[in-house]
Design a protein around this ligand. Sequence first.
Ligand code: SAJ
Length: 476
Amino acid sequence: MSERLQSIIGKRGPIRTVGVVGMGYVGIPAAALFADAPEFDSVVGFQRDSASSGYKVAMLNRGESPLKGEEPGLEELLRKVTDAGKFRCTSDFSEIAGCDAVTLAIQTPFLDPKDLIPDFSALIEGLRNVGRYIAEGTLVVLESTVTPGTTAGMAREILEAESGLTAGKEFCLAHAPERVMVGRLLRNIREHDRIVGGIDDVSTARAVELYRPVLTTGKIISMTATAAEVTKTAENAFRDLQIAAANQLALHCEAIGVNVYDVRAGIDSLKGEGITRAILWPGAGVGGHCLTKDSWHLERGAQVLGGDLWYPHGEKSIFGVARAINEFMPRHMVHLTLEGLKRAGKEPGGATVALLGWAFIQNSDDTRNTPAEPYLAAMEETGAVVRIHDPYVSEYPGIEISQDLVETLTGVDAVVIFTAHRHYFALDPAWMKKISGEEHPVIVDGRNVVDPDLFIQAGFVYKGIGRGDRNDHPIR
Ligand code: SAJ
């Protein structure tokens, strides 16, 4: 234990004022929950006065949430803590000097995962702003998902350089990764177990003091900062891996000529006494903000920042291979579309394709890293004309998205389902064929939404992910 840091903390007393840097979908609910805890006197939200996000400061100070979509309880909580004078937002980072604890929730994307170089520019700016104003005894916590080794490495170096203080001796430093999902932000923070890892025991204990008051059913799981970074990136890498295993199985089933969903149900039936297979679902691809990048953070942690990796040497680990399989799936949707058009006697050049679902996940307007985007680019390269429909998404840079299904489906040669929005489960084959005006329209199902036999009987050419039992059906 660092006696010096311990005595500084002792003199400083319990955490009373909390700063949260980054008013996004992670920082805003965290700030509101800290402000609602009786243990803390006040919370200050810090937001850069940038062209894209500066407007949030005034909104939040009115107790309004700038987040899109439904977040149960968040507006009421923001209004409550703002009216009570326990939360306010500012772009003046010098106020960090008055905070006992400061958390950073800033995005850490990869520009191009191929070179394993993340874009830490926003995080570095945030760390510099924080480092400039922390004092002896401040606790700094990274909530962003970062490459294992970042908290004890780059973050520590920047904070020490800017403050002139030494982490672990004069200020506390920890990592407490966020585990929130859009649509259930407050519930996730309160109910999920919270991984809390300091660069030393004193930092860990101080971070536990910060997070314990906001947990309801969630427990604190403490470990080192680097172990916490590995936990966060690996929990998403494992999910990506499970999805990739289902996708690889789907491709095997297509080659063997069986229905992957029958196989999946069979595998999933093996349960009981600790037995589990936890098989997930094959599909048109993996999008979102988490799974598309966290495996690369884990890879970089082992292959770039880590020591001598026993296996593999200089090639992708199983997590990298999983990413490659999941990134293949939108391309496979192109294969299935082209094969379907060919069976219908059509060339892709000039064919009109209706792409149903632009959001990366069902019944949501979230489009981050949507797998539909690489599909669109590849199909347009073949000369096909693609119309996009999504009931939840009305705009996306450079893309025209319709909410009118009739308009989208009229006169098309092929219909491709990319997202399992509930609207698509009631698609009627006879009606669709009629408005397509085609003898044998094509349907490609990327999410197991339609019943192949109903569409085949209506005269469609059917193709589906993992449907080796139907993909070469006789054309009616
Ligand atoms: N997907 C499949 N097959 C599956 C599950 C998902 O193809 O069996 C696809 C989805 O269509 C989507 C992508 O993968 O395109 C990601 O889906 P997701 O359900 O993993 O949703 P995310 O990306 O929002 O993941 C988040 C993560 N949460 C955090 O990082 C805090 C993840 O850890 C959660 O497990 C996940 O939500 C969840 O379970 O809701």
